[in-house]
Write a protein that binds this ligand. Structure first.
Ligand code: FES
Ligand code: FES
Length: 159
């Protein structure tokens, strides 16, 4: 069995798995990072979104071999319960989730947006989240939460 080295949430890891294994399976089944969710498995819903070298990507369609040597960030790398990322805090403050299943992917897409654009318009936020489906219809609260986080990060809560 071949081994692939990559960095996940700042930690160097080596994974013994076939190179065709989807990154989503590696994260959940090999590394125990179950915050990244399986939804459709067909690159359609966005709930498996992670950052790969800073860019949002659907991990269900990413073979392990293509992320060798890359930096992967999952929702577990965003913040902790004691020290949440401003996006996580804003989602809590706005009660932005209903079932919550979509939220790890949405938080990752939102982080990618705010890393690039600290003051997005509502339309820019909606476009950045276009690949993320929320079956509960929580979109208005999700948009408000991203706006709240952006404002807070501009006031100095950024990281
Ligand atoms: S599980 Fe990857 S896009 Fe739906
Ligand atoms: S909060 Fe349920 S799918 Fe988005």
């Amino acid at each position: 069995m071949q081994s692939t080295s990559l960095t996940v949430n700042g930690r160097a890891v080596s994974v013994a798995a076939d190179g065709d294994t989807p990154l989503l399976d590696v994260l959940r089944n090999h590394l125990g990072l179950i915050g990244t969710r399986f939804g459709c498995g067909a690159e359609q819903c966005g709930c498996c979104m992670v950052l790969i070298d800073g860019k949002p990507e659907k991990s269900c369609g990413k073979p392990l071999s293509t992320v060798a040597g890359k930096q992967v960030l999952t929702v577990e790398g965003l913040g902790t319960p004691e020290r949440p990322h401003p996006l996580q805090q804003a989602f809590l403050d706005e009660q932005a989730g209903q079932c919550g299943y979509c939220l790890s992917g949405i938080l990752i897409s939102a982080k990618a947006l705010l890393d690039d654009n600290p003051a997005p318009s509502r339309r820019e936020i909606a476009l950045a989240l276009d690949d993320n489906i929320c079956r509960c219809g929580s979109h208005p609260r999700i948009l408000r939460a991203v706006e709240r986080a952006a404002a807070q990060m501009r006031q100095g809560g950024s990281r």
